[in-house]
Ligand binder design. Sequence first.
Ligand SMILES: NC(=O)c1ccc[n+]([C@@H]2O[C@H](COP(=O)([O-])OP(=O)(O)OC[C@H]3O[C@@H](n4cnc5c(N)ncnc54)[C@H](OP(=O)(O)O)[C@@H]3O)[C@@H](O)[C@H]2O)c1
Length: 197
Amino acid sequence: MKVAVVGATGLVGTKILQVLVDRNFPVTELIPVASKSSVGKEISFKNNYIKVVDMEEAIAAKPAIAIFSAGGTTSLEWAPKFAAAGIRVIDNSSAWRMDPTKKLVVPEVNASVLTSEDYIIANPNCSTIQMVVALQPLHQKYKINRVVVSTYQSVTGTGKQAVDQLFSERIGEKLSADQMAYKYPIDLNVIPQIDVF
Ligand SMILES: NC(=O)c1ccc[n+]([C@@H]2O[C@H](COP(=O)([O-])OP(=O)(O)OC[C@H]3O[C@@H](n4cnc5c(N)ncnc54)[C@H](OP(=O)(O)O)[C@@H]3O)[C@@H](O)[C@H]2O)c1
């Protein structure tokens, strides 16, 4: 299977590449995609070095599926273009999660809702994914009416810029506003916000 990983240079994309290898996913050709600033960089996959391409090149290569983790804005703009070219998009961002025309899928829970008509498939936030896998059998047996949840998100959940901010603060480096992923210091801090309100 020809597979594009969009956001291949990011924290999530890097992990996706590793999981594809660990699970022995039948990748016949990998197409790593990132922003224009990463085009031409090489990423390592199964002992090969593969050049990062941009979105247009990825669509032209016609992968069977594209796994997106490049931020919500990028997904909103590009997932429909991939879908229009007949490429199935699995989107890890928040872009389509609340869109009633897209299915929100955790395979272990509701993969059966998918049909061949689905070209953009959303998945929930990571804390939701693992929680619903555990709740599904309880719901089937007892019918859950309400779930009260508190989550404590790690800095890594905000991406590589956030991790860089944390480590820079830890060694006392001064950062400019555009280098900061958060508006506030994050080292030894907790910020009561995730994503947009
Ligand atoms: N569903 C889940 O469980 C889950 C969990 C965590 C995160 N996420 C989501 O995954 C996404 C990525 O998170 P992350 O932590 O990996 O962030 P990250 O470390 O900042 O990586 C972002 C990736 O997106 C690429 N990118 C940014 N703008 C782009 C554009 N215009 N066109 C193409 N590629 C672009 C970046 O490329 P460059 O390196 O070239 O900048 C990089 O590869 C976010 O939407 C986040 O909400 C989902």
